[in-house]
Structures are given as structure tokens and as C-alpha cells.
Design a protein around this ligand. Structure first.
Ligand code: FES
Length: 290
């Protein structure tokens, strides 16, 4: 795989002006953890909704009217199109406003932007998903995509962790993947409680214990920067080359289309060249910025 393979540009959802948001309606809200919510939404204009397409890994810009705009990956899978989803942690003005909204509220949406996970490259490979906290959001779009096309891929390992049982996101997905006989699901927490019966330990340590083979495998990693930083060396120890490791980066994207310069790390623009990168592409930035 070359850098070009995974940073290829997808067509913008450019129905007219790429900066112009379209109206979407929140249909359902799921409280993942006390500070994290998943929003199910659809386009107000049904025709527009039918024309809309995206790929796992891409993101959108969501606006709360009168407050501002923020980027979030589309956390649902393109294989499940009765609605779309994004997941937001309450961390600032826009996300606070988002968390005050209820079902039926309208948002602005523009996108999809950025590249996507390279499905052709992943085909016929063993896939190792490594996620932490809300970092499972972009991974779950790909995980469901892969599960819905199960015969195209080989073994699936999912190693997911959070600080505590209460911080685990997408528990309904974790349950579903845990019951899927074709998936090896391993859930861990940094610190358990009286009710916790699963593994205890940080994600990189549990990854080392699970020790998935690097043979014909690709690891897809997303989580807090500290987890990413300690996960790549473990994968290298297990024999994964930098090209066999993918991640998706999050930066404070503004324009989303490579114009404003807000999202650069070194000489790459996360919105334009990513957000999906191989470790080979970002190796030099990970220790300093990520
Ligand atoms: S968000 Fe504007 S250049 Fe990336």
C-alpha cells in the first residue's frame, strides 16, 4: 500500500456550495457514558438523504444553530442506511449545546469529508481493531461494515478498553460482537469495580497478552493519544510493519476541505490527507504531537 492508496480523496458531497450545511433531524439520542452521546439522524430532505453516500472513516461538520460547528466522524456504517450516527463527548461550547438537544431538533450538516478506511487493502486480511474510549466511534463504522461483508475478510480481533466500566462506549455493540462467533472480542478497563468480570489493564498491555499474529494482518487503532502512542510499539513488537497499522486522527477541523490550515500536523492536513493514515505516514509526528 502506498500513501496515495489511503489518502486518496473522496468526492465531496458537493450539492452546490461545499460550505453550505444541509438540515438534518436528530431522531434518537443514546447516552453512552455520562459525557458521551450518540445521535441518530437523517436528512430533513428525504431525496437528499437517498442521494447521500459516505464511506467508513469519513467525517462531517455539524452545526448547532446560533452556537457553532464541530467535526465528528460518521460512526454508523454505510452498510446500515436507515439512519446516520455520530458520537460526541461534551467538552466545549458546541458539544455542550449538542448535549442539550433532544430528539426532533435540527442541525446543520456538511460532508462527508476526508478519506476513508482502504477496504480493498483490508480485503482477505486478518483484522485487529484496537480501540480506547470514544475512539471506538470511527472503528465501529468499519467493524459493522466488515461484519456485514464477513466473507471478504479473515479473522477479526477487537480489543477495546476504557478507564472504568462506566466509561465503556457502545455497550450494545460490544455485546453483539461478543456474541458473534466469528469475532474475538476482548474488553478491558484500566480499573474495575465490584460488578466488572472482564479484563483489567490498559489496552496496549492487553493487546500484548492477546498477541494477534501480524501475518496477513492489518491493525486499525483509534483512541486517546496516549493509548495510540503505546499501542504502536506493541504492534511493532508483534511483527506489524508501519504499513500494516492504520489509525484515524482527530484534530480541530474548521473548513474540512484543506483551506484554512487549522488541522495540520507537520506537513499534513488531517482533513484533506486523512483522517485515516498508516503509521508509516505519521510515524514522525506520533511521539511529539500524538
Ligand atoms: S480544517 Fe481547514 S485545512 Fe483542515
Amino acid at each position: 500500500m502506498t500513501a496515495t492508496d489511503i489518502s486518496h480523496r473522496k468526492k465531496f458531497f458537493a450539492l452546490g456550495n461545499v460550505y453550505l450545511p444541509h438540515i438534518v433531524v436528530i431522531e434518537k439520542i443514546i447516552e453512552e457514558t455520562p459525557g458521551v452521546r450518540t445521535f441518530h439522524f437523517n436528512f430533513k430532505d428525504k431525496k437528499l438523504g437517498k442521494e447521500f453516500s459516505f464511506e467508513s472513516g469519513q467525517f462531517g461538520q455539524y452545526s448547532v444553530f446560533g452556537i457553532g460547528e464541530a467535526p465528528f466522524c460518521i460512526s454508523s456504517s454505510p452498510t446500515r442506511r436507515d439512519h446516520l450516527e455520530f458520537t460526541a463527548q461534551r467538552v466545549g461550547r458546541v458539544t455542550n449545546a449538542l448535549h442539550r438537544l433532544g430528539a426532533g431538533a435540527e442541525l446543520g450538516f456538511r460532508g462527508p469529508y476526508g478519506n476513508s478506511f482502504p477496504l480493498d487493502f483490508l480485503k482477505s486480511k486478518n483484522l485487529v481493531f484496537v480501540g480506547g474510549g470514544i475512539g471506538l466511534a470511527p472503528l465501529r463504522s468499519l467493524i459493522w461494515n466488515v461484519i456485514d461483508n464477513r466473507n471478504k475478510y479473515k479473522k477479526i480481533d477487537i480489543i477495546y478498553g476504557a478507564r472504568s466500566p462506566a466509561d465503556l462506549c457502545f455497550k450494545y455493540d460490544l455485546d453483539a460482537w461478543g456474541k458473534d462467533k466469528t469475532v474475538n472480542m476482548v474488553t478491558t478497563v484500566d480499573k474495575g469495580d465490584d460488578t466488572w468480570k472482564g479484563k483489567v489493564g490498559v489496552v496496549p498491555k492487553i493487546l500484548e497478552e492477546v498477541a494477534p499474529s501480524a501475518r496477513e494482518a492489518v491493525a486499525i487503532v483509534c483512541g486517546p493519544p496516549i493509548m495510540i502512542r503505546f499501542t504502536f510499539p506493541v504492534l511493532e513488537k508483534l511483527g506489524f510493519t508501519p504499513k500494516q497499522m492504520l489509525t484515524t486522527l482527530e484534530k480541530r477541523m474548521k473548513c474540512g476541505i484543506g483551506k484554512c490550515g487549522r488541522c495540520n500536523i507537520g506537513n499534513i492536513y488531517v482533513c484533506r490527507d486523512g483522517p485515516v493514515f498508516s503509521y508509516a505516514q505519521i510515524k514522525n509526528f506520533v511521539s511529539s504531537e500524538y
